[in-house]
Design a protein around this ligand. Structure first.
Ligand SMILES: [Zn+2]
Length: 280
């Protein structure tokens, strides 16, 4: 065989490898991961830490397990301030996060690169520059999400959301909702939607956001955690918490908002026993 033929064969093999890596490797790896059995210990943790899991029909539970399995095989967790990340932490966070993509494509979380977990609320330094003076403020946070795919969570806050499934707050749902918001490149409170759905979302959410702000300005009782009125991105994240944790209240207070969220999540927390939809 001439050296030219050897080079040609080698080049073709490299091209084939690059094509496989680019287009098929991720799916091949995911299929391989899903061929492994889901550990019983993780199933017990989901039952204990993610109350909605037990209310899903069998195929819904299976679907959540598959998403959790992929999530835990792909997303690295890092403990901060000496916090030790064990399976309870990993399965609790993955279980709640994956509720958001239970009936949506799992690929919505492709850009999530890492999860940092602090033992409890943590302090961050925030620099503020008003043009003449730069000041440093200290802020206490329960979690945060970045457009670079990093999610930071305080475990004590995660736990309280998990053990209080009808409560107002769930920091895991909140921060991963921000990740869905980032999917179209901007944190504007509007996740990727198109056509009529996008128009309905825009109209419904703008009206509801304005209504919430006016309610708060008049010091009247609000139908949503007031933090949701701080920015459209926070509105979507806080709405997501309410949608999964207090669906009855949200549907009664804002039926159009509830409908818009259902159109996006394709899963109805008021009827978790209905099939959550598409598989991947
Ligand atoms: Zn937020």
């Amino acid at each position: 065989m001439s050296s030219a033929v050897i080079y040609a064969v080698f080049a073709l093999a490299l091209i084939a490898l690059a094509v496989f890596r680019l287009f098929f490797y991720r799916q091949w790896r995911r299929d391989r991961e899903l061929n492994k059995a889901f550990p019983d210990a993780w199933r017990s943790l989901l039952s204990r830490q993610v109350p909605l899991y037990s209310r899903l029909p069998e195929r819904g539970r299976k679907q959540l397990e598959q998403r959790v399995q992929l999530f835990l095989s792909e997303k690295p967790f890092y403990g901060c301030d000496g916090f030790e990340v064990d399976d309870t932490v990993r399965v609790t966070i993955a279980g709640h996060a994956c509720l958001l993509v239970l009936a949506r494509p799992y690929s919505d979380f492709d850009d999530v690169r890492s999860i940092l977990v602090y033992p409890s609320s943590y302090r961050v330094e925030q620099e503020e520059d008003d043009g003449t003076v730069v000041s440093v403020n200290h802020e206490i946070r329960a979690g945060e999400a970045s457009g670079h795919g990093q999610v930071v969570l305080a475990w004590s806050e995660c736990e309280s959301g998990a053990v209080n499934p009808q409560g107002e707050h769930n920091v895991i749902l909140h921060e991963f909702a921000h990740q869905l918001d980032y999917l179209d490149g901007s944190a504007d409170g509007a996740p990727p939607l198109s056509g009529d759905q996008a128009r309905h979302w825009q109209r419904t959410m703008s009206e509801a956001y304005q209504q919430l702000q006016e309610t708060l300005q008049h010091h009247q009782p609000a139908w949503l955690d007031p933090y949701g009125a701080s920015a459209p991105a926070e509105f979507f994240a806080v709405l997501t918490e309410a949608y999964f944790q207090q669906p009855q209240h949200l549907q009664e207070a804002q039926p159009e908002v509830y409908r818009a969220l259902f159109a996006f999540y394709q899963f109805d927390p008021l009827q978790p026993d209905t099939h959550p939809g598409r598989a991947r």
